[in-house]
Write a protein that binds this ligand. Structure first.
Ligand SMILES: *[C@@H]1O[C@H](CO)[C@@H](O)[C@H](O)[C@H]1NC(C)=O
Ligand SMILES: *[C@@H]1O[C@H](CO)[C@@H](O)[C@H](O)[C@H]1NC(C)=O
Ligand SMILES: *[C@@H]1O[C@H](CO)[C@@H](O)[C@H](O)[C@H]1NC(C)=O
Length: 240
């Protein structure tokens, strides 16, 4: 009796979990480039199911980095749409509204190596743009930082490519964007675990360099000086 009750309760739990997925976001994938080399490689080596799964896993990963554990802390995005396109542009991929657009030429260009690894790296970056708070302003500082946060997500997911990425300590300024800023943010995140998630939370309604001061007690320029000093082995530069 006790055993059959246990069995029924287990069934009920399985039913509830299955009918109420924790991640209720929908993903759709459309390949508009069926007949181009890159579009065909997408169908053959990646495909819609794989892409949707990767987007779902990336979403959980990003919410975790952003410390967004409940729905009301997150951006409200019911559906993320993904497209492969043949636009003959030189871009790799971009995010607009709740859409991610991949250029077929890029998919073709990565097909010689570990295609899933390279693809996932760019996809995680674009998925970070889907979920992070972005500024409605044209401010370049916030835009560069936003790209740095997206590459930080890629770094944390361990999808840094072999070439074309800054090494730790590289760069001229903390806010050059992309991988230079990502490496710097990784340093800041080491100073205070979870820093990038806290920074993203603060960016919900705008951006200010003061966010660094509030979280880490230093301006981004001071932090950059310390970061560079660490990699140049010059401890006399460190600001306490
Ligand atoms: C892109 O360029 C190729 C080769 O020049 C051409 O065949 C194709 O139609 C072009 N696609 C678009 C969408 O312009
Ligand atoms: C943003 O990034 C671009 C490209 O790396 C750079 O030229 C520009 O100076 C950066 N802007 C700021 C405000 O740091
Ligand atoms: C270390 O930093 C100090 C102060 O900026 C500078 O004078 C010195 O030349 C630097 N040393 C090295 C080895 O870079």
């Amino acid at each position: 009796m006790a055993q059959s009750q246990f069995f029924l309760i287990s069934l009920l739990i399985i039913f509830l979990v299955a009918s109420h997925p924790i991640n209720a976001v929908e993903y759709s994938v459309t390949n508009f480039a069926h007949t181009t080399p890159g579009g065909m490689i997408f169908n053959e080596k990646l495909g819609a199911e794989y892409t949707k799964q990767t987007m779902a896993v990336a979403t959980e990963f990003i919410w975790n980095i952003f410390k967004q554990h409940t729905e009301k802390e997150r951006k409200n995005v019911p559906t993320v749409r993904f497209f492969v396109e043949d636009k003959n542009d030189s871009y790799i991929a971009y995010k607009i509204n709740d859409e991610i657009h991949f250029e077929d030429n890029y998919i073709e260009s990565i097909s010689g190596g570990d295609i899933k690894r390279r693809f996932n790296g760019v996809l995680y970056h674009e998925m970070a743009h889907i979920w992070q708070w972005e500024q409605g302003c044209d401010c370049e500082t916030a835009a560069n930082l936003t790209r740095g946060i997206a590459d930080f997500v890629r770094l944390k997911a361990d999808y840094v490519p072999e070439t074309g990425w800054a090494k730790p300590g590289d760069g001229e300024h903390w806010n050059e964007g992309y991988s230079v800023t990502a490496r710097f943010l990784d340093y800041c995140n080491g100073v205070r675990e979870g820093f990038v998630g806290e920074l993203n939370k603060k960016m919900k309604n705008g951006y200010s360099d003061d966010f660094f001061v509030e979280l880490l007690g230093m301006t981004p320029d001071q932090l950059w000086t310390n970061y560079k000093a660490e990699y140049e082995g010059n401890s006399s530069n460190i600001i306490n």
